[in-house]
Structure formats: structure tokens, C-alpha cells
Ligand binder design. Sequence first.
Ligand SMILES: Nc1ncnc2c1ncn2[C@@H]1O[C@H](COP(=O)(O)OP(=O)(O)OP(=O)(O)O)[C@@H](O)[C@H]1O
Length: 229
Amino acid sequence: MSTVVCRDLCRIFRQGDQEITGLDQVSLNIDAGEFVCLSGPSGSGKTTLLNAIGGLDTPDSGEVSVGGRRLDAMSKGELADMRLNSIGFVFQAYNLVPVLSARENVEFVMEVQGVPAQERRTRVDAVLAEVGLAGMEERLPAELSGGQQQRVAVARAIASEPELVLADEPTANLDSHSASQLMELFVALNRDQDITFVVSTHDTRVMAYARRLVKLRDGQVVSDEPQVD
Ligand SMILES: Nc1ncnc2c1ncn2[C@@H]1O[C@H](COP(=O)(O)OP(=O)(O)OP(=O)(O)O)[C@@H](O)[C@H]1O
């Protein structure tokens, strides 16, 4: 079954009397367990598409379903609930709370999700260990490297055991070694936990990790190809 179904998505941004195409008739099905890379030049619509799939933005027309549920049929509360529990977001800027430790940054999200305190503590430690940050739980974001901060962001994204992770240029601020490590972590999570990944990038080294490459240009899908090893 397709985890993500996008049908005929259109999104126009209006700035004064100018109309800017964000998405132009985008249709895309992504099956559970896929690892998809969205590529394309700056302004081609990658972020707009990820935002539409994650319910962070509403297209002008077309439909998006995640896990068999149409986003436009959901109430605000249902949408917020889905974003909190079923989708993990990883952004280019790690978006960590600077005054909270790595542990607290992850635990904070679990608290919002209503996970009981005892379970939170056990799961936070497990998930931080899983992303390779055992022993760094008490550090503040400023005391971690960019790659390590992004790993905290990944830990936060997977703490709720989402079925889908949407990552928008997650390696943009990382050196190439940290970028490869992050992609290897994504591949392992995709393989071992069956989390579906949709990752946008400009970086050809990142694209090499995808099993399917979707190219966008001017808000349209211009190619959609499986990647062979
Ligand atoms: N809030 C907005 N207001 C006006 N125009 C916007 C807005 N968001 C996106 N756009 C425009 O929509 C188009 C697609 O933008 P989008 O951010 O999706 O591209 P992208 O492929 O993610 O680019 P990049 O690789 O630079 O992040 C661009 O022309 C952009 O300028």
C-alpha cells in the first residue's frame, strides 16, 4: 500500500501581483518502506512538496493522503496529531532548543506526545544510543558538532516511532563525512525499522543513497527513476 499519495498537487504563491509556481500538477505515490530522494535546482518545489506531504502547508488543489488518510479531510487537531505521531521531520537547520540538553530536546517531544515519564527516560536513552550519541545525552546543542546536532534532531524525529520521515536538505550544513554518516543512519533506520524516507537534496553524494530518485523542475516531476547500486 502507498504510504504517501499525491494527486495533481498545485501550489501557487502570490507576492503582490506576481504568481510564483510552487507545485504544478504533481502526482506521486510512495510505498511503505521506500527510500526516496527529491532532487532539483533551487526553487524547483522540493520544500513545497515536503511541506504538502507533511501537512505543514495546504496546496491550492489536488490531494495528499498519508497512511491512507486524506489530509484535507482532517481537522486541525487530527492533522497536528498525525504530524506529532506518524511523521518525523528533519530540517536543514536542526531546530533544537538551545537551552535544552540533547536528552531534553528529545524528551520534550515525547512529553507533548503524552509518553509517561519512566518510559520517556528509557526510550530517550535508547534512541540517542541508536543515533550514535550515547554518552552525550547531557550536552547542550552548542556543545555538539553540526553532525551530532543533526543526530539529536533525527533522534527527536524517530522518538515517536513514525512510519514516515520527511527530511529537507538534512545534510546542507554538514561536512561530507558527517553527511555520509547521517545518510548511513537513514539507510539503517529505513532497513531495520521499515521507516519510509523522503529526503530532499541538491547533493549528488546524498542522492547515491536513495533507492528512487524523483527530479523536480519548475514545480513539476520531470523524472522518477529507481536507483541501482
Ligand atoms: N512562502 C512563499 N512565498 C512566495 N514564494 C514561495 C514561498 N515558498 C516557496 N516559494 C517559491 O516557490 C518555488 C518553490 O520553492 P521551494 O522552496 O519549494 O523550492 P526548493 O526546490 O525547495 O528550493 P531550494 O533547493 O532552494 O530549497 C520557488 O520559486 C520559491 O521562490
